[in-house]
Design a protein around this ligand. Structure first.
Ligand code: 13P
Ligand code: SF4
Length: 334
């Protein structure tokens, strides 16, 4: 364990401030105090651990979090999520301090589309509109015409004139789902999410046989053979809302397991079973999302680090793609 000066020096290497937290502290109380003292808001994705969800001011999916980041009047946004989400918040609120408890909370999907390779790919289709899933780096957003999230992706694709061709990046599974759903033939980048591509169709089918009354629900980042057997496909918020309004009492959930905390809170009388992954993986938790802990959240708020800093050109050239997405979503009432 280190002192503050050393911890700050090692911040880039570690991704977070490696400092000891007094184990007798009530971190919920301390974080509440820091929120007031610093006029800070905590935005948490549904894939965060339960304690972080419980201390957050807003919990949501990627669209809801972007909308909050764009509209908050807090001075400091503490982003309990992954790096691309905090970058998006910074692009939307460049004058605010944006803190991410662990800078190494990355994303396999964002990493699967390096901007330098995408630039060359895009050059092959000069007349295509580029739609990027928001799960991409800030730099990729500078090469993008319109962003989308899993909540608004269909609306975004449908907002593009039919005579315009489309490149969709980086998630091939969501891309294939959108091709099927909208009937638009798009050029797809071959990226994927390490959490959503590990579900085992065979094990899920056996589980469904053992729970014939259960609804099987899946996120569109899952592979096509998983989506084919789903009773309902939706974004994280879409899945949560489905479990609230459905009469079913049991659900098999194919997405990151963190969302089950909110599902269970909203419907305490219902049962939620995480969909089984294949043999190579032990659980459905995103290792990037789970790098954030309550201790790291507390330390990052106390010392206001790690902070997200973006080059001005990235903010200038990338922001329009997020603004367009938010405009189309607002018009669609999302
Ligand atoms: P949504 O928040 O749009 O459901 O996306 C899920 C996800 O993988 C976030 O990293
Ligand atoms: Fe990225 Fe997948 Fe983790 Fe979401 S769940 S942050 S898409 S790796």
């Amino acid at each position: 364990m280190m002192d503050l000066a050393v911890a700050k020096k090692n911040l880039e290497k570690n991704g977070y401030l490696d400092l000891e937290v007094d184990p007798t502290l009530d971190l919920f109380e301390e974080i509440e105090k820091l929120k007031k003292e610093k006029n800070a808001i905590i935005l948490a994705h549904y894939y965060q651990e339960a304690d972080i969800q419980d201390i957050a001011d807003y919990i949501g999916d990627s669209l809801g979090l972007s909308q909050q980041a764009a509209s908050t009047d807090a001075d400091m946004i503490v982003f309990a999520g992954v790096h691309f989400m905090a970058e998006t918040a910074k692009m939307l609120s460049p004058d605010k301090k944006v803190i991410l408890p662990d800078l190494k909370a990355g994303c396999s999907l964002a990493d699967s589309c390096p901007p330098e390779l995408f630039r060359k790919f895009k050059a092959k289709y000069p007349d295509h509109v580029v739609v990027s899933y928001i799960n991409c780096t800030a730099e990729l957003k500078t090469l993008t015409d319109i962003c989308c999230t899993s909540t608004n992706a269909v609306h975004i694709i449908e907002s593009i004139p039919k005579d315009k061709e489309i490149i969709f990046a980086p998630d091939i599974n969501l891309g294939r789902y959108l091709v099927k759903k909208t009937g638009r033939d798009m050029v797809l980048w071959n990226g994927s999410c390490m959490v959503h591509e590990i579900f085992s169709g065979e094990k899920i089918t056996k589980l469904i046989e053992r729970h014939p009354e259960a609804k099987f629900i899946a996120h569109p980042e899952c592979e096509a053979h998983i989506l084919e057997i789903a009773d309902f496909i939706g974004s994280t918020t879409g899945l949560l809302n489905y479990t609230k309004r459905s009469d079913a009492k049991e659900f098999i959930v194919a997405t990151e397991a963190g969302i089950i905390h909110q599902m269970q809170k909203a419907s305490p009388d219902k049962t939620f079973i995480p969909a089984p992954p294949n043999n190579t993986c032990a659980c459905n938790e995103c290792p990037h999302m789970r790098r954030n802990t309550l201790e790291k959240l507390y330390l990052s708020m106390k010392y206001e680090q790690p902070e997200i800093i973006l080059p001005q050109w990235v903010i200038d050239e990338g922001r329009a793609s997020i603004d367009r997405m938010l405009e189309i979503s607002a018009k669609a009432g999302l």
